[in-house]
Design a protein around this ligand. Structure first.
Ligand SMILES: NC(=O)C1=CN([C@@H]2O[C@H](COP(=O)(O)OP(=O)(O)OC[C@H]3O[C@@H](n4cnc5c(N)ncnc54)[C@H](O)[C@@H]3O)[C@@H](O)[C@H]2O)C=CC1
Ligand SMILES: O=C(CO)COP(=O)(O)O
Length: 336
């Protein structure tokens, strides 16, 4: 593949992350085409230059265009996947039918693993679009901050060095710095698993726990993420990087994190239905507690924090009891 810049991109998903990345890439590309499923959102982007449903207060430049026609993606050399992970397989299958050229690059930006298969998003994309190069983007990347041009770093994962350079150059602006890595598994698993811990940190805050407890929770979460993630093929150093501990910190402590907000509501005594219905956006940690819990069980890795979140979300265990059980497990060495 020649080491040439991209001229345009399609972004699947007109939600908060798709919109933030559209704005970022509009600084580097001639044209960015956002493709969603909601006609009203697309119309509002084109007519008002805002996506007030998902990313209020951010003006979108004129080289961003929105539509609901997936076939429009076939005209672009780069397609970003910014739909929820549960919609990735279906969207990729539809894209495969759209006449997309086989040299179009696919960049996966969603954070989660699939239920039942345990597959990472890049694995699903390679299955559905086997001829196309597939890369991933992850890190501590709240849409609201990227859109507001607040300094942000991310990591781009691909084993193709030329593609890594092309994407790194694209994702470089005065406020956005990207790194490269060939550890796709580590990058994607960190981004997926941290969503469950962001819920846990929110629950802890909602229960009224203090800084000591939340620092301990996040630290033990990193150990657990690394234990599970390395068993699933990621490299240990990746979990110490931007897409691992970096994103864990961002979501466990941020007012922007939807997963954290779900946890706060649960800790304050709301039901899961109450905690998610007011969001109006995806909190990947909710479905991913199921997919990650079942994956951990399948590979036999000890994950007491994921188990506790699973019990609270899906087995009706009161948060205070789950906390009591976590604290009162058998004592063990820190590093085992
Ligand atoms: N919002 C953020 O700050 C960040 C989000 N992400 C990830 O990006 C992905 C998308 O998240 P957001 O944009 O935040 O979500 P969102 O809830 O803001 O928007 C989701 C978008 O996907 C569309 N959608 C929902 N279900 C769909 C389906 N079944 N088929 C096709 N389209 C569907 C919605 O209409 C909407 O346009 C998630 O995996 C999330 O973890 C990653 C980094 C940062
Ligand atoms: O992944 C994110 C930031 O890096 C977004 O987190 P939430 O989905 O919890 O808002």
């Amino acid at each position: 593949m020649p080491d040439i810049p991209f001229s345009s991109a399609a972004i699947l998903g007109t939600g908060s992350f798709g919109t933030a990345l559209a704005r970022l890439l509009s600084q580097k590309l001639e044209r960015v085409e956002m493709i969603g499923r909601d006609e009203a959102v697309a119309e509002s982007i084109n007519e008002t230059r805002h996506n007030s449903r998902y990313l209020a207060g951010i003006e979108l430049p004129p080289n961003i265009h929105a539509s609901t026609a997936l076939s429009n993606a076939a005209a672009h050399p780069l397609v970003l996947f910014c739909v929820p992970t549960a919609a990735t397989r279906e969207s990729a299958a539809a894209l495969a039918q759209s006449g997309l050229p086989t040299d179009a690059v696919i960049l996966s930006c969603a954070k989660g693993i699939e239920r039942n298969t345990g597959e990472r998003m890049s694995e699903i994309l390679v299955e559905q679009l086997p001829e196309n190069p597939v890369a991933v983007l992850s890190g501590p990347n709240h849409a609201e901050e990227i859109a507001a041009c607040l300094a942000t770093c991310a990591v781009i994962g691909t084993r193709d060095e030329v593609l890594a350079r092309r994407l790194q150059e694209l994702f470089t602006t005065p406020h956005f710095r990207s790194y490269t890595s060939d550890d796709l598994a580590g990058i994607e698993l960190g981004g997926a698993i941290k969503n469950v811990y962001a819920i846990a940190a929110g629950i802890a805050a909602g229960l009224g726990l203090g800084d000591n407890a939340i620092a301990a929770l996040v630290t033990r979460a990193l150990a657990e993420m690394t234990r599970l993630g390395t068993c699933l093929g990621g490299r240990v150093e990746t979990f110490a990087g931007l897409s691992g501990v970096g994103d864990l910190i961002a979501t466990c402590f941020s007012k922007h994190s939807r997963n954290h907000r779900v946890g706060l509501a649960l800790g304050a005594g709301k039901t899961l239905e109450e905690a998610t219905s007011s969001l109006g956006m995806v909190a990947e940690g909710v479905p991913n507690t199921l997919s990650i819990h079942e994956t951990a069980q399948r590979v036999g890795v000890r994950t007491p924090i994921i188990d506790a979140v699973h019990a609270i979300l899906y087995r009706g265990m009161p948060a205070a009891r789950a906390l009591h059980e976590l604290l009162n497990r058998d004592p063990r060495p820190e590093n085992d």
